[in-house]
Write a new protein. Structure first.
Length: 255
């Protein structure tokens, strides 16, 4: 997992080009849960700022942290000037001024599980909100998905990231909600799904795959071959299921 976590910087521009952004519905969901205005936010693993823009453009003062210098440089090209961009991994952050919202967009699974929740709690003001959201980008047509799986099989069993705590996919509460329910620092744990269907050209879908860590860590020749083979079995345009699973929790008041 560590190798996969460090793999994105070389594809920062492609990541920005091919990864879908986040809907404004996400902001509405988080702020409705908060039940009060969200004025400050800290983002964990901001990447190229796809989620940063959603919150910053709605007036939230966002500090976006990202451990990869190339990804952070790409972020700075696309986010509002009000965003404070910080080159740091989650584990390098030190408690200081707490924020009303701390969130991670398709990034929490890259953080070190050792001490994750007390470290997170130290960054959220009492009564404030922690949010994690993301989900796989999958082909909606089962026949097309099976064709891709067949040509991918010699290179990869799967291109998805397994649940960090082993929660099976049929379980009602998914990770990180499973861990949050056991945490002494957070309460009022909630899981929501934002349904999304997207249409992409075949080359753009393959461009998206080129930014997925499972492909990035393949030997370059294997990566080139498997992506070419996938492109050949795709129709000209593909429908994508890109649902976002959103986990929300509230920082317990300190006694």
């Amino acid at each position: 997992m560590a190798e996969r976590a460090r793999s994105f910087g070389a594809m920062a521009q492609a990541y920005e080009r091919y990864r879908p952004g986040y809907p404004t519905e996400l902001f509405d969901l988080v702020t409705a849960y908060a039940g009060r205005p969200v004025r400050t936010a800290l983002e964990i693993g901001a990447g190229t700022g796809k989620a940063t823009r959603v919150f910053a453009r709605r007036g939230v003062a966002v500090t976006a942290t990202e451990p990869d210098a190339a990804m952070l440089a790409e972020l700075r090209k696309h986010v509002p000037a009000s965003v404070r961009a910080v080159h740091a991994a989650f584990e390098e952050l030190r408690p200081g001024e707490r924020c009303g919202l701390v969130y991670a967009a398709a990034a929490l699974h890259w953080t070190n599980p050792q001490g994750r929740w007390p470290r997170m709690a130290a960054l959220v003001e009492p009564g404030g909100v922690f949010a994690s959201f993301g989900g796989p980008i999958q082909l909606a047509d089962p026949a097309v998905e099976e064709a891709v799986r067949a040509v991918r099989a010699p290179y990869l069993d799967s291109d998805q990231i397994p649940s960090p705590d082993g929660t099976p996919p049929e379980h009602a509460m998914q990770w990180p909600g499973t861990e949050l329910l056991r945490s002494e620092w957070f309460t009022d744990v909630r899981q929501d799904v934002v349904e999304r269907r997207l249409t992409m050209s075949a080359p753009d879908f393959v461009g998206h795959l080129s930014t997925v860590s499972a492909y990035l860590v393949l030997p370059p020749s294997d990566r080139e071959q498997v992506l070419e083979r996938i492109l050949r079995v795709l129709p000209a345009t593909v429908e994508i299921a890109a649902d976002l699973t959103v986990h929300l929790a509230r920082r317990r008041d300190e006694r």
